[in-house]
Design a protein around this ligand. Structure first.
Ligand SMILES: *Cc1c(COP(=O)(O)O)cnc(C)c1O
Length: 396
């Protein structure tokens, strides 16, 4: 079986999405759900345990064949040596960062991150004496200045940010990090390995909240980190200590979800492209924010580092936040909910959710104007989604 699977390393992303990692047992086509907290010990596992080797197959917090199958799938899609999965995206982020950061160490990052990550950095990492320095990662000179000023352990950013869909210049940031001895780590949740493989652009670890596009069905939480075996082994020891491991049932659902990642991603991106073109020409739309549009500041950079501009679409509706709320209420298809990347389209306004505690002028200064809406494109027919937006905008 293992030699037959060698072809996968050179196979396309679709073939890898379907087949990589799958670990049949007996005559099964699929990886069974190894719903077991513990495993029979034998000479080999006793030996691994005695030596403290990573992934000793002794207990499901250490390793489980169902989670291992999906880790291999993720590793092959990221073209990484290895990967590790976690109970949530935040567990993946915190465990990874706390593997490399100790008291007194410094992380250089940007405020333009997933809100939960900023909260963890500001409320907890700082509490443990970690120096969290924020810079604008779009300003490479400012990043270099920060790295030059003081020894830095980690440089951290996101490939595609929420909600302005700014693209980070990953090759340049990786080069700067390496020049000053920092480990470059990226959260690539919005991009997925279908669009961007940060490890091939010089990053040393790539994180995803698999809750979003990788699983794609809005039915589990989960997180992952991929990188070299050396990096992933180090994170494994902390994952064992901190305990944010993924459970086997969650892993089985994730493996099934990921088998269709390529078709879901391609279809949703195609629909997103049709929707932004339609929205751009609508008189009640103030502006459309999508890195696949020439009007977006990162259009060129997106073309350079991402294969496709992703499934997230943002726009501002004329009439401000009130009109935005009304538009969402008028829609029949998209559900008002946070999160993204599922088969069903989701819609939300930062002013009512992620940025609700911000003053309107602060939101405006951050680029979130009145009537700003975030849309996660699902798998519904594009004609239906557009017709739904048409009736909802017409009744404003
Ligand atoms: C959702 C999300 C997270 C957090 O993931 P959870 O699975 O909710 O813990 C982290 N980063 C990004 C970019 C996200 O969208």
């Amino acid at each position: 079986m293992s030699s037959k699977k060698e072809y996968l390393k050179k196979a396309g992303k679709g073939t890898r999405s379907v087949h990589s990692g799958t670990s049949p047992s007996e005559n099964s086509l699929n990886t069974p759900v190894y719903q077991s907290s513990t495993f029979f010990l034998d000479d080999e596992s006793y030996e691994m345990w005695r030596k403290g080797l990573p992934r000793a197959p002794v207990y499901s917090r250490y390793n489980n064949p169902s989670t291992r199958a999906v880790e291999k799938k993720i590793a092959q899609l990221e073209e990484a040596e290895d990967a590790l999965v976690f109970s949530t995206g935040m567990a993946a982020i915190c465990t990874t960062l706390l593997t490399f950061l100790s008291q007194g160490d410094r992380i250089v990052t940007t405020r333009n991150l997933y809100g939960g990550t900023v909260l963890a950095l500001d409320q907890d990492f700082v509490r443990f004496g970690i120096d969290v320095t924020y810079v604008n990662v779009k300003d490479l000179a400012a990043v270099e200045e920060a790295l030059k000023e003081k020894e830095t352990k980690v440089l951290y950013c996101e490939t595609l940010t929420n909600p302005l869909l700014e693209v980070s210049d990953l090759p340049s940031l990786a080069r700067l990090a390496k020049k000053y001895g920092a480990i470059p780590i990226v959260d690539s949740t919005f991009a997925t390995p279908m669009s961007c493989q940060p490890l091939n652009l010089g990053f040393e670890a790539v994180i995803h909240s698999v809750t979003k596009l990788l699983n794609g069905h809005s039915d589990i939480l989960g997180g992952t980190v991929a990188g070299s075996k050396e990096i992933i082994d180090q994170i494994w020891y902390k994952s064992r200590n901190f305990g944010g491991s993924m459970d086997p049932h969650q892993a089985s659902l994730l493996e099934r979800g990921m088998k269709t990642l390529h078709v879901r991603y391609e279809k949703s991106t195609e629909t997103a492209g049709k929707l932004v073109t339609w929205l751009e020409s609508h008189p009640k739309i103030e502006k459309v924010i999508y890195p696949g549009l020439k009007s977006h500041d990162d259009y060129e950079l997106c073309k350079k580092i991402m294969d496709t501009p992703s499934t997230m679409v943002c726009f501002e509706v004329k009439g401000g936040d009130e009109a935005g709320r009304k538009l969402m209420d008028n829609l029949n298809i998209a559900a008002q909910a946070v999160s993204l990347g599922g088969v069903e389209s989701l819609i939300s306004m930062p002013c009512l959710t992620t940025h609700v505690s911000w003053k309107a002028e602060d939101r405006l200064a951050a680029g979130i104007g009145p009537g700003f809406i975030r849309f996660s494109t699902g798998l519904e027919d594009s004609e239906d989604l557009i017709a739904d937006f048409k009736q909802a905008l017409n009744s404003l």
